[in-house]
Design a binder for this molecule. Structure first.
Ligand code: BG6
Length: 509
């Protein structure tokens, strides 16, 4: 892998959680692998007053807890920390940006960095339009002849279609599209990228990857944790905006896209956006029938009482925000016409798991005795996390007299690749931005297309307050009504476990 050009990484929101838990630990992991530029600095920017030294101490503990290489030696860590600097400004005050510019220039001069710069927005979303405008007004946003500037924008990108469009418009006043990197950290996950390889590097899957052979597709992205200390943010977001509009629709687009003409960013992104554009728009009556929302209720998990969503800190006690959403969608194109995609996400479910299940159609005529229609329907499970891997389920004759068929597993686990290092999503994405590869970042038109699909659901919920929010006890698989959206009664949601092959059991972590 090549080394990026000299550059400075300016992180806005540097005193926040994301910087400490994910961003700088990921940069540290790149450092250990010798993948940082020869000349490099991180400048943390935030309103909190901190010295360089205070900032380094805070980050040191973040690295020791969250980096993949957290156990590296003390000298290496100290050398890395010496590349960290801090500058405090009120990011809402445009008049302070020339001071920030001088600080960046001073650092560049001291360290011999040519002026290339990444601005990372890891602030509350209300500042996403403000900071780029301030950078623009201070003459800090445009590329010059020999140096470039890039802008990474964290999720959520917009609150609905209109706000996403407004944000895109605002950013494009000061940055060009090819300078903007809209992050969706799921695209940085190694196992999500492996969807490309599974589909396009294997002759056996691609011929089956369409409406002729696929019965339905199931995509699950659920967690066992609740909203933790993010109640305030979550209550104005909900599962649909927080997970489905971005992470799960991105996975859907990789599963459903056509093969790109080549592996460059635009060819790939041209194909993924076509999937979003082909999503069948949902009318109010579809939302009523095919979208289920739920909220977790207080319950006892492993002998401990856990609070219901409405009792969480920062959450309105009569909140209708969904902590669970399940829906059925269709992709109206030649490859997928008529194939239902079932997607669900939720908090406080029995386990943390993200996976895709391709359910193949049954054999045209089943010769053997069977218990349900599902016998004879092969499944390919692509496990994104945890116990990352791939599982193929197929029927096998049970030894002995007669023809008794049993579904068995053929499985591959990433953990079997001894000594293989699985980089974190942020590590991959930060490195890609440093070298100017935007393949795994979202283009503005794709974000808007994803919101176009989700918006009617938000509207339907807003306009019909009577639309039910089903309660489900924390630690269960969500509202039972979610089963009703599955077209054929013989099929149910898969109940995955922490362990890829240990499915079918009603499990807990
Ligand atoms: C974030 C959501 O984008 O993704 C969180 O805001 C969620 O609510 C998280 O917990 C899940 O990410 P991961 O990588 O842990 O699956």
């Amino acid at each position: 892998m090549k080394k990026p050009e000299d550059q400075t990484l300016v992180i806005f929101g540097a005193s926040g959680d994301l910087t400490n838990r994910k961003l700088i630990p990921s940069v540290y992991d790149l450092y250990i692998q010798n993948l940082l530029p020869e000349k490099f600095a991180i400048l943390g920017v935030s309103r909190t007053k901190l010295s360089d030294e205070n900032f380094r101490e805070k980050i040191e503990s973040g690295i020791k807890t969250f980096a993949n290489y957290k156990n590296s030696d003390v000298n290496t860590l100290q050398k890395f920390l010496s590349m960290l600097y801090y500058f405090s400004i009120n990011t809402e005050d445009y008049s302070e940006y020339p001071k920030l510019n001088s600080r960046i220039n001073e650092l560049n001069k001291d360290l011999g960095i040519s002026g290339n710069c990444i601005y990372y927005l890891s602030t509350p979303p209300s500042l996403y339009p403000v900071i780029p405008q301030a950078l623009g007004s201070a003459g800090m946003s445009r590329n010059s002849k020999n140096t470039w500037r890039k802008l990474i924008v964290e999720k959520p990108f917009g609150y609905d279609l209109e706000s996403a469009k407004e944000l895109n418009k605002k950013l494009l006043e000061y940055f060009d599209e090819n300078q903007i990197y809209r992050i969706d950290h799921y695209l940085g996950k190694e196992t999500v990228q492996n969807v490309f390889v599974t589909r396009f590097a294997n002759g056996i899957f691609e011929p089956l990857w369409n409406r002729n052979y696929v019965h339905h597709v199931e995509i699950t992205g659920v967690e066992n944790i609740g909203v933790e200390n993010r109640g305030g943010y979550y209550d104005s977001s909900g599962a649909l905006r927080d997970m489905l509009q971005n992470h799960l629709l991105q996975i859907t687009s990789l599963i459903a896209m056509e093969p790109p003409s080549s592996f460059d960013p635009d060819s790939i992104r041209n194909e993924t956006i076509k999937v979003f554009q082909s999503l069948r728009p949902l009318k109010d009556e579809d939302v009523i029938k095919n979208v289920i929302r739920g909220q977790y209720l207080s319950s006892i998990i492993k002998g401990e009482k856990v609070p219901g969503y409405r009792e969480e800190k920062g959450v309105n006690s009569s909140s209708k925000t969904e902590t669970y959403v399940a829906l059925k969608l269709f992709i109206d194109n030649w490859r997928w016409g008529g194939v239902p995609f079932y997607i669900r996400s939720g908090k406080r479910l029995p386990t943390r798991v993200t996976e895709v299940v391709i359910h193949f159609k049954p054999t045209p005529h089943y010769l053997f005795a069977r218990k349900s229609l599902q016998d004879g329907c092969n499944q390919l499970v692509i496990r994104i996390q945890p116990d990352e891997g791939i599982l193929l389920k197929f029927g096998m004759k049970l030894p002995g007299s007669g023809f008794n068929v049993q579904n068995v597993n053929m499985d591959f686990h990433y953990s079997d690749l001894m000594d293989t290092y699985l980089p974190s999503a942020y590590e991959r994405l930060l490195y890609d931005c440093m070298i100017g590869d935007s393949t795994l970042y979202q283009r503005g038109d794709a974000v808007e297309a994803a919101w176009t699909f989700v918006n009617p659901i938000l509207e339907a919920w807003k306009n019909n307050p009577e639309f039910p929010v089903y309660g489900y006890p924390a630690g269960t698989w969500g509202p039972e009504n979610a089963d009703n959206i599955i077209e054929e009664k013989q099929f149910t949601w898969r109940y995955p476990c922490k362990n890829l092959v240990n499915d079918g059991l009603y499990c807990e972590l």
